[in-house]
Write a protein that binds this ligand. Structure first.
Ligand code: KG4
Ligand code: ZN
Length: 477
């Protein structure tokens, strides 16, 4: 794996990209294409032009098919073909590309990280992140092809993350994916970033079939979902404010830790030296009998503890006195313990709910950047085993953002005929891409609604599940 480090400037904190509001199935149709292997070289892609400008064109993922074709057992046939898909991921601060075979073989994986930016500013700056993606995207994709010893002509399709994420950043990946697909007449698959975090577990664990549970924990999301089948998810819980990764990142920043590998790994490492019961933090939402999360209050508790111990974030932990270092380690360990206790409590309840809905569940997937944490894995494994389920946790390189998960998810959808035909070889500069910065994965489970939930509903895209369901219904009538 190649890691390039880029230096960028001002930053905003990571944020929850959608608050998990349930949305009715009313929006763009997602249609299924008949042939698994795309044959025509003539782009049949329809462009939708808003009235304001004759040159203003918008892409639509999955907008041209006409029929649903059911492919028996396709959801369980992970390792049965020789499709080769290029996956491109630029939704946040990593520029990633990978080439994956339908057999599950990873032919290449390349990541260019904006770690220096995170280290300097403690968050992601959309404009600077976009520029950084733009600088490296061609090289990252070329490296992925070279390392796989393939050219574009060998590909079956291109998959790209279209949401949720930062629009400016998503656009860089989508533009590149469409340029490759357009120039080589390849079909293109628009991928949901959080679905990709969940489905990559099916590449890793051959036994993992639907239905299964998933806890997806990253910098911007805390999701508990029940995966019924490909593209069909029930959201059991989400965060009402910050995600756990954001809390790890802020804790690292305030403790003066080296954030070049992002905050989480730095807190995990320092926590090994600390006493996890020494600082009393309250477990969030203890009395909410749902599966939702909140990390904003815990962040505040950590900040206050840091102030009380007079820890100076400007003094790096490597230069701290022994006592100061021990104080920081105690806070790191105590924070990690309580942050994970919150996950444990909600997971226990979510598994009970999920088993009521789908009694045949055998697996729980834990994925997303925070799932690389060893303490998280250990504690959740105990919970999952107590419920007689098996934990599936991808290796750390597939838990944090990567191109493999996008290529694999693209493969899964491509196999069942969900893709767009090749775009035109050239597109105008003012082309408007179909990007979904705030895009829920599934429909919200009624029992799981939280009164504490943020009601920021503006510009939320209908969920992936609602789009797929609406289209199925439309096709049946
Ligand atoms: O999934 P991801 O790579 O990107 C997003 O989609 O956000 O997750 C990044 C998050 C960051 O907040 C990072 O600090 C956290 O995952 N993370 C960790 C660990 N490794 C990455 N958190 C705790 N422990 C870790 N070992
Ligand atoms: Zn992610």
């Amino acid at each position: 794996m190649v890691r390039l480090f880029l230096t960028l400037s001002p930053a905003i904190p990571r944020f929850n990209l959608y608050p998990g509001i349930s949305i009715l199935a009313t929006y763009p149709s997602l249609r299924l294409q008949k042939h698994l292997k795309f044959k025509t070289k003539t782009p049949a892609f329809s462009l939708i032009s808003p009235s304001s400008s004759p040159n203003f064109q918008r892409t639509r993922f999955y907008s041209t098919g006409t029929r649903i074709y059911s492919l028996p057992n396709s959801e369980n046939s992970n390792f049965d073909d020789n499709l080769v898909v290029l996956g491109i991921e630029t939704s946040c601060d990593d520029t990633a590309a990978a080439v994956v075979r339908g057999t599950g073989e990873i032919l290449s994986q390349v990541i260019s990280s904006q770690a220096e930016l995170l280290a300097q500013y403690g968050g992601v700056a959309p404009k600077q992140a976009e520029e950084a993606h733009s600088r490296v995207i061609d090289k990252v994709v070329q490296d992925a092809l070279d390392r796989a010893s393939l050219t574009e002509k060998d590909l079956s399709a291109v998959a790209v993350t279209i949401g949720p994420g930062l629009s400016l950043c998503l656009r860089v990946g989508v533009r590149k994916a469409r340029s490759v697909a357009g120039n080589f007449s390849l079909p293109i698959v628009g991928v949901h970033h959080m679905e990709a975090h969940a489905l990559v577990a099916r590449l890793v664990e051959q036994e993992l079939s639907f239905p299964f549970m998933a806890l997806l924990i990253s910098g911007g999301h805390n999701l508990l979902v029940l995966a019924h089948k490909l593209g069909q998810y029930t959201q059991l819980g989400t965060t009402v404010d910050d995600a756990i990764g954001e809390a790890f990142d802020k804790t690292a920043k305030w403790l003066g830790l080296d954030m070049r590998r992002s905050g989480g790994p730095a807190v995990e490492e320092l926590a090994l030296e600390g006493d996890a019961k020494s600082v009393k933090f309250n477990v969030p939402m203890k009395y909410h009998k749902d599966c939702n999360f909140s990390y904003a209050g815990l962040k505040t508790q950590v900040r206050l503890a840091i102030e009380t111990k007079e820890i100076d974030a400007k003094c790096p932990v490597s230069s701290a006195t022994n006592e100061d270092r021990r104080n920081r380690a105690d806070i790191a360990a105590s924070f990690q313990r309580v942050a994970v206790l919150h996950l444990e409590e909600k997971c226990e309840r979510a598994i009970d709910w999920a088993l009521e809905l789908e009694p045949s569940i055998k697996h729980m997937v834990v994925s997303g950047g925070v799932a690389s944490n060893k303490y998280v894995r250990l504690r959740l494994n105990n919970i999952v085993e107590n419920k007689n389920l098996k934990l599936v946790c991808p290796p750390p390189s597939l838990c944090t953002d990567n191109g493999v998960m996008v290529a694999w998810t693209g493969l899964e959808h491509f196999r069942v005929g969900r893709y767009d035909p090749p775009p035109p070889a050239t597109e105008p500069d003012d082309f408007v891409y179909d990007l979904r910065p705030r895009w829920p994965l599934g429909e919200e489970y009624a029992k799981g609604r939280s009164k504490a939930r943020s009601m920021r509903t503006a510009r939320i895209h209908p969920s992936l599940t609602s789009i797929i369901r609406a289209d199925s219904l439309q096709q049946q009538t």
